[in-house]
Design a binder for this molecule. Structure first.
Ligand code: HEC
Length: 406
């Protein structure tokens, strides 16, 4: 029952998380479009009032006339619309989801028995969870320091973008060495998403509060508050496509299981930013096809690196198997699976925390085994299963599965 309740609450959290993220990113994409679609005001009177740009739009059965003021604003009405709860809700629900799945079962999701680093293989669950959360905090601090040191007055934003890209590649690479691939993709995405929410929390909103305070007290707002808020929200827009892709990667094992998964991840991060750049520029009518062409080219390279059949683990396992064992029959396979897999992959799992067979995969009957033989052989050969090897599957048991010719 408690496993069922925790699964149900993870469903509700995921629902909230995705809806809040859609609302946040949707609004952010809308405002980037609005900003880049602004044209100088047509009427002199508006220019005199300090209108920086305007946009006309038709939507929902009516016409809109948006006007943007920078530091000179008209009388601000009593209802000033702020945007921040969508960002905070997205982060809080995302972190809660990470906690109930990954932090609650670090042995299953955060320990990488295949890590090339000895210390990473021998982390305790508590240490692995702390390290994962540490990535979010240190990732934000590092990104924030890059912004403050490289382009404090927005004069070197180009170099800053390059530095942020390098930082993300370092994070993608190091998480992939330390954590299982699935967690590495998620943590890298969460580092970007944390920076996005922290940009809103620490820079964009406080800057806007100072501007509003200045305007309502009749003094001149600091233009740096406006341009810095703009710098951080532009970063947020380049993070959006990569974050969404990496979050979805959890459903595509071929991405995070690829031998060069950190490279696949980095290529998608760069490609997402480039493709976003094309769409940002499109609104200001200065788009360059180069961005989208280059972005798509990087996806093709990523597809090549993630292509099937080049996993070293599976070839070694098969080689040793053919050396040590000619063939294995269904009875042998069933005995191994019965000992190492059905704690989770049964109609009624006995493993703590599972109320239904994970990924809908049941491995109890001979029919179920032969039907899913290819996937079983793949996940056993590349050490993805048993999850976190919590059931202690041995190398010779893996050889039996590899030698099985159903
Ligand atoms: C501790 C519980 C647990 C054990 C033990 C376990 N699995 Fe899994 N298995 C999972 C979970 C959780 C998933 C879903 C993972 C995901 O969503 O990425 C999964 C997914 C799978 C999948 C689908 C993944 C895919 O990429 O298609 C297969 C196949 C699989 N397991 C086979 C096995 C085999 C074979 C064993 C025994 C050698 C095994 N599992 C042992 C928990 C377990």
């Amino acid at each position: 029952m408690s496993a069922y309740l925790s699964e149900f609450s993870s469903l509700l959290l995921r629902w909230l998380h995705v809806v809040a993220a859609i609302a946040w990113i949707g609004e952010s994409i809308y405002f980037v479009m609005l900003d880049n679609s602004l044209r100088p005001p047509q009427r002199q009177q508006e220019a005199d009032q300090g209108v920086h740009g305007e946009m006309f739009a038709v939507h929902g059965g009516g016409f809109y006339h948006n006007r943007k003021f920078l530091t000179r604003a008209p009388q601000i009405g009593p209802e000033l619309h702020w945007s921040f709860w969508k960002a905070y809700t997205t982060w809080l629900s995302g972190f809660a989801l990470f906690a109930v799945i990954y932090l609650a079962s670090p042995q299953l999701y955060l320990i990488n028995a295949q890590s090339p680093w000895e210390w990473a293989r021998s982390l305790s669950g508590m240490q692995a969870g702390t390290l994962a959360v540490g990535y979010l905090i240190v990732g934000w601090l590092a990104y924030d320091q890059l912004c403050r040191r490289i382009s404090p007055n927005m004069q070197r934003d180009g170099i800053l973008s390059l530095a942020v890209a390098v930082l993300m590649i370092v994070i993608a690479w190091s998480t992939s060495q330390i954590f299982p691939g699935r967690a590495a993709f998620l943590i890298t995405a969460a580092v970007m998403a944390t920076a996005m929410s922290a940009n809103v929390f620490f820079w964009i909103i406080p800057g806007q509060r100072r501007m509003v305070r200045a305007l309502t007290s009749g003094t001149q707002p600091d233009p740096l508050d406006g341009s810095r808020g703009k710098q951080r929200s532009v970063h947020n827009t380049y993070f959006t496509l990569p974050v969404v892709l990496l979050m979805l990667s959890n459903h595509y094992a071929f991405l995070y299981r690829a031998p060069y998964n950190w490279l696949v991840m980095s290529l998608f991060i760069l490609s997402g930013a480039l493709i976003r750049q094309y769409f940002v520029q499109r609104h200001s009518k200065t788009q360059h096809w180069g961005y989208i062409v280059f972005g798509v080219a990087l996806i093709v390279v990523a597809a090549w690196f993630a292509r099937p059949g080049q996993d070293q683990a599976s070839t070694t396992a098969t080689d040793t198997a053919s050396a040590s064992q000619e063939t294995a029959d269904l009875a042998q396979v069933k005995a191994v699976i019965g000992q190492r897999c059905i704690q989770c992959h049964a109609a009624r799992p006995s493993m703590d925390g599972f109320s239904s067979p994970p990924a809908g995969i049941e491995l109890e009957t001979s029919g179920q085994l032969t039907q899913q033989a290819d996937t079983i052989k793949r996940v056993v050969a590349d050490n993805t299963m048993p999850l976190g090897n919590v059931t202690g599957m041995t190398a010779s048991e893996r050889d039996i599965i590899a030698a099985w010719q159903p």
